[in-house]
Design a protein around this ligand. Sequence first.
Ligand code: VG1
Ligand code: CO
Length: 541
Amino acid sequence: SVIQSVDARPYLDQTLGTSGLRKPTGHMMQPHYVALFIQSAFEELGVAGATLVVGGDGRFFNDQAIQTILKMAVAHEVGHVVVGRGGLLSTPAASALIRARKAKAGIILSASHNPGGPEGDSGIKINAAHGGPIPLAVSDAIHARTRTCARYAIADIPDIPLGKDGRHQIRATVVEVIDSVADYVRLMEGLFDFDRIAGLFRSGFTMRFDAMNAVTGPYATELFHRRLGLPEAHLMNRVPMPDFGGLHPDPNPHHAAALVDLVAGRSEADFGAASDGDGDRNLIIGRGLVVSPSDSLAVIAANAHLVPGYRDGLAGVARSMPTSRALDRVAAALGVNCHVTPTGWKFFANLLEAGLITICGEESAGTGSNHVREKDGLWAVMMWLNILAERRLSVGQVLRDHWQAYGRDYYQRLDFEEVDTAGAEDLMATLRGRLPALAGELAGRLTVTDANDFAYTDPVDGSSATKQGVQIVADEARIVYRLSGTGTRGATLRVYLERFAPRGADHGLLPAEALAEVQEIATQVADVTRFTGRTSASVIS
Ligand code: VG1
Ligand code: CO
């Protein structure tokens, strides 16, 4: 018969991390690997008769994985599957579609900011009906099912053509291929003053946008070029490629070095921006400077009232724990709550859904609002453009004004990538064991006022998450340690450094200068070199 039941051995390593299942591509391509994971997800979600949204960032192997998912959707009698043309959907566009089509869930094929290609990574993110990442309880339940899942159902049918828009009725299922960009651009039109931004470009303001050969190329072409008048030549790497052209699609100063050099270094444009593999992150650059993502979040919140979609003010804001406290200062001035959550968007999704916050973000260059339930790279760029169009100041002036009003939170993140897993876990365990002693201890010249292992209780559903990172607060400085939940090789230790320079203090230092002492203390206190074997970080952002 057309519907086949396939027996296979369960895989025991399908653990979901900060943002879905993420593995080296070769690992993901093992026989039945994707199918068994999807079977577990379908069983947990209950998909018969439901609507699903499917798409991804166009990376190597996505095309095959998407066909597997569609054929399994047919076998599971899913009512309606909405797929982006060519299998492309940015993560925020998928979130918007899930909401617009009242889908039960979304499946996003992406390993986000991780490199792609046969030697790179692959990933599968599962989103809930609210459009955001599934909550912890659901990802735990899916993982539990994968450990015993030994059979899956799939339709033995030819590949479904995804190259052009249209509807395909296959047994009980309609597969609808749609324009990946149109709905998303309409959503942006409802939030921003397009005329005003187009006017900014006409006034001589120049911009470079780097899509990093990933999913935002088609979106950026429609938004910035066709709608707002940016010359096409000012869009860099705008055609999605399965291996991202061999680049690492993480929009930080390290991996977006070409753009940083062009705009911050050689001042060839007033404004530079980039996004990651699946389009949910953003990098903002001005002449001579890179905006720290934590500062960008604070500036966006402080100026949101200038943007039509946020004219009525903010219900509240939120940041992840390692994100700098710059946002807290804006919240205090606005008289709204600033929620502090563990790393990862799933925690914001609940707060957004409950109407407790309007804008939120992370130090890792993720910023977003209640327009979807994911972080949204192009949205952040549009926020900056709309703010600059209103204020007619340079990026640098906006930033300096901000520091003058609120003080500056100098900030840096050090990543020690692909270190020995046992060593990294030992480092965290040792730190946790020393927490009681650390409080009160004099670390170098700073007095520790608080040292804790971050735990969070969700104010909406009461669920809790523990061991979310060790945080040491000392005078105006703060140090955070946690292990990455998105890496696929060994462990990645992240050390987050922060120091506040209040109003009137010197705001003109380089972060590395302002944080030199904090960095020294941070690496000493945790004995980073002994546990990781590294004397310096692989990436500093
Ligand atoms: C990283 C970032 C985190 C982000 C996550 C997913 O997680 O630090 O802020 O939410 O990636 O981003 P971790 O666990 O490696 O620190 V993406 O663009 O993969 O959806
Ligand atoms: Co991403």
